[in-house]
Design a protein around this ligand. Structure first.
Ligand code: NMX
Ligand code: MLT
Length: 457
């Protein structure tokens, strides 16, 4: 079977040709910029080329034109799950985003093995750096530090500095670094998690014959091995947890280019900072409470609310809690979106995971509250009248499902988000260099200029 790199090489001529054709229209105006956009977070500006995913306000994300459900039908699952319908591997999604093609089973398995070979061992200096960080430091900060430190092993950085590569060939080295970074994530997050929760003692093992998500689950101590499975989960629950990681990491990869983590990665990469530095910047953006950190905030808020209400079914108590939160000037985490104007289809996909396991989740008060909230909160937010989108976003459901299986260190939830998010923005970074996109440098204006422009019109 073809390797991912061979498949990318086959896709290059067409994309380079398309870009060349588009360059002929460089002066054609296709959109206009409003004052509102300049002072309002550049909302709706079409100003970035992004190939892997697109986002429609009403229908949500598409991955190379495919909906989540189409991806669930088409993308290969892990080799150990062939007999049972289960979640696709994020490796298959990586292939789809990079090439625009659904991988054949053997191609996806080949990529799975390639990643596990690349990710077998964490460089000792990175282990030392993580060990030297205070255990109380936020795990997202630890991840960003560790990722940035890997810059010293960047093949792009080395070859660029040696001056031995031409612009056309940058992408080969960016590709190497991007794949190595993605491959090392299970070990990186396992190391951080064991430091934060287990005094640095490993919670599980890296298995080079298994898929990326299995290794994430294993290094979090969540696969079924009696010796390390301290949480008394059954084999089925452990397998379901691994499937949850596959689902979660499969659908959080990307959300077009404008979200903070993707945009930050792309922006920093446009200065030819290597993928480790670029994605470290993306992770730092993901660590903000209005972006990925909402995943952690949602669980904290559900746990707190559950302690203050009689039952998850008590709509008036839930509404009262929400109003108190809003009146104190806080946002309802997990609700609202800068682009979406309907419930997030990724949220629906997480709910389908719950609905497929009624016995498992029926007694979980927090999960029940999360589900009820998706009916109650839109009414309160609509009455509150500020948010343009009163519906649940992706972070509404995810953390509480990890919590259900025993990931109780809430600050850690966003780190699993960061594993997934590497896949989309790093794919784009490879394509940025294949297409030779320039350094990103938008123009800013001061208030006086803006006033002058307003008066001219
Ligand atoms: N709760 C309370 N107020 C909200 C909410 C919310 N969930 N969402 C938006 N608003 C407010 C917002 O703060 C703004 O108020 P003000 O005029 O006082 O500044 C007003 O509604 C208009 O905001 P929008 O234009 O609807 O939203 P915007 O595009 O600015 O922000 C989010 C999008 C996602 C940052 C915002 O909806 C939010 O803060 N949500 C809660 C945090 C969250 O769940 N973030 C995760 C997003 C997904 N992710 O993974 O990144
Ligand atoms: C994301 O997945 O990045 C979030 O939904 C935020 C966004 O799209 O802006």
């Amino acid at each position: 079977p073809r390797s991912l790199k061979e498949a990318v090489e086959q896709a290059i001529p067409l994309r380079r040709h398309e870009l060349k054709e588009l360059k002929a229209y460089s002066n054609m105006q296709i959109d206009s910029i409003t004052v509102g956009s300049i002072i309002g977070g550049m909302r709706n500006n079409k100003s970035m080329l992004w190939q892997g995913t697109t986002l429609d306000p009403f229908n949500g994300i598409k991955f190379q034109g495919k909906t989540i459900q189409e991806c669930q039908q088409l993308l290969p699952c892990s080799p150990d799950k062939q007999s049972k319908k289960t979640e696709f591997m994020p490796e298959s999604m990586l292939w789809l985003l990079m090439t625009g093609e659904i991988p054949k089973k053997e191609e996806a398995f080949g990529l799975m093995h390639e990643l596990s070979q690349r990710g077998k061992t964490l460089p000792p200096f990175v282990e030392h750096i993580i060990d030297s960080l205070p255990r109380t430091m936020h795990p997202m900060t630890q991840l960003a530090v560790a990722l940035a430190s890997l810059n010293s092993s960047s093949t792009f950085c080395k070859n660029y500095q040696d001056g031995v590569i031409g612009k056309e060939d940058y992408w080969h080295y960016i590709f190497e670094d991007a794949l190595n970074l993605i491959a090392l994530l299970p070990q990186l997050v396992g190391k951080i998690y064991s430091n934060v929760t287990n005094e640095g003692m490993p919670l599980g093992y890296f298995n080079p014959d298994r898929d990326w998500s299995y290794n994430i689950a294993s290094l979090l101590g969540m696969t079924y091995r009696d010796s390390v499975n301290k949480r008394n989960l059954t084999k089925e629950q452990c397998d379901d947890f691994t499937d949850l990681v596959r689902l979660y990491c499969g659908i959080h990869v990307d959300h077009e280019g404008g979200n903070v983590s993707a945009h930050a990665t792309h922006l920093v990469g446009s200065a030819l900072s290597d993928p480790y530095l670029s994605y470290s910047a993306g992770v730092m953006g993901l660590a903000g409470p209005l972006h990925g950190l909402a995943a952690q905030e949602v669980v904290r808020f559900l746990v707190d609310m559950a302690a203050r209400i009689d039952s998850p079914d008590n709509e008036s108590q839930v509404s009262e809690y929400l109003w108190a939160l809003l009146n104190s000037g806080k946002v309802v985490p997990g609700y609202g979106h800068a682009v979406l104007r309907k419930p997030d289809p990724r949220f629906d996909a997480m709910l389908r995971f719950v609905e497929a396991r009624p016995q498992e989740f029926q007694g979980d008060r927090y999960v029940q509250l999360m589900r009820n909230l998706s009916k109650y909160a839109p009414k309160v937010l609509t009455e509150h009248g500020k948010t343009k989108n009163p519906f649940p976003n992706v972070d509404s459901a995810s953390g509480v499902l990890f919590y259900h299986y025993g990931i109780h260190d809430l600050l850690f939830v966003t780190v699993i988000f960061a594993c997934s998010r590497a896949i989309g923005p790093l794919t784009q970074l490879v394509w940025d260099r294949i297409l030779g996109l320039p350094i990103e440098r938008p123009k800013s204006v001061d208030m006086a200029t803006l006033r002058r422009l307003v008066n001219q019109n």
